[in-house]
Design a protein around this ligand. Structure first.
Ligand code: FE2
Length: 233
């Protein structure tokens, strides 16, 4: 693997997509573990009332905060962390490992930047790992605006509208996407239950609450207090 080439590509485009990065057996095992947590049987039937009744668009789970370090096969993978070393060459640390569950019929995610882009040195690195295929049938494609990590703040506009130059990805089981937190991205509507995982990293010295304020096209939103801190129009 050409780590230097990938690093150059990451800093040019704001993301890289690596297919067949993790093997199928590990992905199947992790997918089942995640489904089990959410109370979904391995054939994707809901066994948990909360999931069936939940109106939340994305239900997060932070396994390492619950002393469930089940995903070390990703978190401690040498190749995975080697690329991270090369991208964040002045040092980095794990921010958290977050699993995300989206129910069939949910809206996905509007265009956003994970954290405010005003200080280009303050950012998070998404390390997205896909434990099942994203297809036309599942929906939930990830949409990325290339080079937008260098474009300043996300333009004001309709939250889900297409942007000129956007790229749509359907990651397959075992695919990894490294994505700069300032790079504009969104998730298309979800047609079938969807899981994705994010092993988020940050440069050394980045505040722990770096992703507390998210920038959308119509607002800035603070998660810790559940409030809109700026209307954008
Ligand atoms: Fe995001």
């Amino acid at each position: 693997m050409d780590i230097q080439g990938l690093t150059t590509q990451f800093w040019q485009d704001g993301y890289i997509v690596l297919e067949n990065f993790f093997d199928e057996k590990l992905m199947n095992e992790y997918n089942d573990l995640i489904l089990e947590h959410y109370g979904v049987s391995p054939n994707w039937e809901h066994t948990d009332e909360f999931i069936s009744k939940s109106a939340v668009e994305v239900i997060p789970w932070f396994p390492y905060r619950e002393d469930k370090p089940y995903f070390d096969g990703i978190e401690k993978d040498k190749k995975f962390n080697g690329i991270t070393d090369a991208i964040l060459k002045d040092g980095w640390q794990n921010l958290y490992c977050m699993m995300m569950f989206s129910k069939a019929g949910s809206k996905g995610q509007a265009w956003h930047q994970d954290c405010p882009p005003e200080d280009e040195k303050k950012f998070n690195l998404n390390r997205l790992v896909y434990t099942h295929d994203i297809t036309d049938e599942t929906g939930g494609e990830i949409v990325v605006m290339p080079e937008a990590h260098k474009a300043g703040v996300l333009p004001v506009g309709k939250p889900h509208d297409d942007l000129e130059g956007q790229l749509v990805f359907q990651p397959k089981k075992g695919t990894v996407i490294f994505l700069h937190g300032h790079c504009f991205h969104r998730v298309m509507p979800v047609k079938k239950d969807r899981i994705s995982s994010n092993f988020r990293a940050v440069p050394i010295g980045t505040p722990e609450d770096i992703t507390d304020v998210c920038v959308y096209r119509n607002m800035r939103y603070r998660f810790s207090t559940s409030e809109v801190i700026e209307e954008r129009n």
